[in-house]
Design a binder for this molecule. Structure first.
Ligand code: E4P
Length: 214
């Protein structure tokens, strides 16, 4: 499983890129609005830091509007992936983008049927929202498992991005469930680096070393 960062915050991205683990970035309209910046300029900044896939979401809900916005997004940088919502118009747009050779990330996936439809329309990625399903009392990770099983069964090449990741346990479960990628908020990614026994062990090593040195 690869790691994407789920943020539009430049500082967070810069810090995590230094760790050498960031294969891409996903943004959504809520994350961009939170930063209070121009959408296209921010995507440009992100693509200058991260060589991998950078998802930018369309705001239009009609197919023509989505195509217009998506094409404009791809002019920002070659690694832009157009994020499209899982709707009838969204699927039509994915078909057109695929024919144009434009990569897509179908977002707001809450069922395996939606994921397979998006894949068949040509989606490069599908993003099942794990945390939001947990929020309504369902098991979000079961959805990731089901999608992976179906994709393997039918030899679907579309990659699964486990999204709406809320804590390190989600990260562990996403990799076990067969997600190709997890898109993770910076705070959660940094939590995954930590373990109290690592800190305790390092303290003990340094104490022993310094004691021996006198
Ligand atoms: C995915 O691409 C979305 O940006 C994101 O994971 C949504 O997560 P949330 O449910 O925490 O808003």
């Amino acid at each position: 499983m690869k790691f994407f960062v789920d943020t539009a915050n430049i500082q967070e991205i810069k810090e995590l890129v230094e760790l050498g683990v960031v294969a891409g970035v996903t943004t959504n309209p809520s994350l961009v609005v939170k930063e209070g910046v121009d959408f296209h300029s921010r995507l440009k900044e992100i693509t200058e830091i991260v060589p991998g896939s950078v998802s930018g979401e369309v705001i239009a809900t009609d197919v023509e509007g989505m195509i217009q916005e998506g094409v404009a997004l791809t002019k920002i940088a070659p690694q832009i992936t157009v994020k499209v919502p899982m709707t009838v118009d969204g699927l039509k747009a994915v078909k057109v983008f695929t024919e144009m050779g434009i990569k897509t990330n179908v977002t707001l996936i809450f069922s395996a049927n939606q994921a397979l439809l998006a894949a068949r329309a040509g989606a490069t990625y599908v993003s099942p929202f794990v945390g939001r399903l947990d929020d309504i009392g369902q098991n979000g990770m079961d959805l990731v498992r089901d999608i992976r099983h179906i994709f393997d069964l039918h030899k679907v090449k579309t990659e699964i991005i486990a999204a709406s990741i809320r804590h390190p346990q989600h990260v562990l479960e996403a990799s076990l469930a067969g997600a190709h990628i997890a898109t993770i908020p910076s705070k959660v990614l940094l939590q995954c680096v930590q373990h109290p026994l690592t800190d305790k062990g390092l303290d003990a090593f340094l104490k022993d070393w310094n004691n021996a040195k006198g």
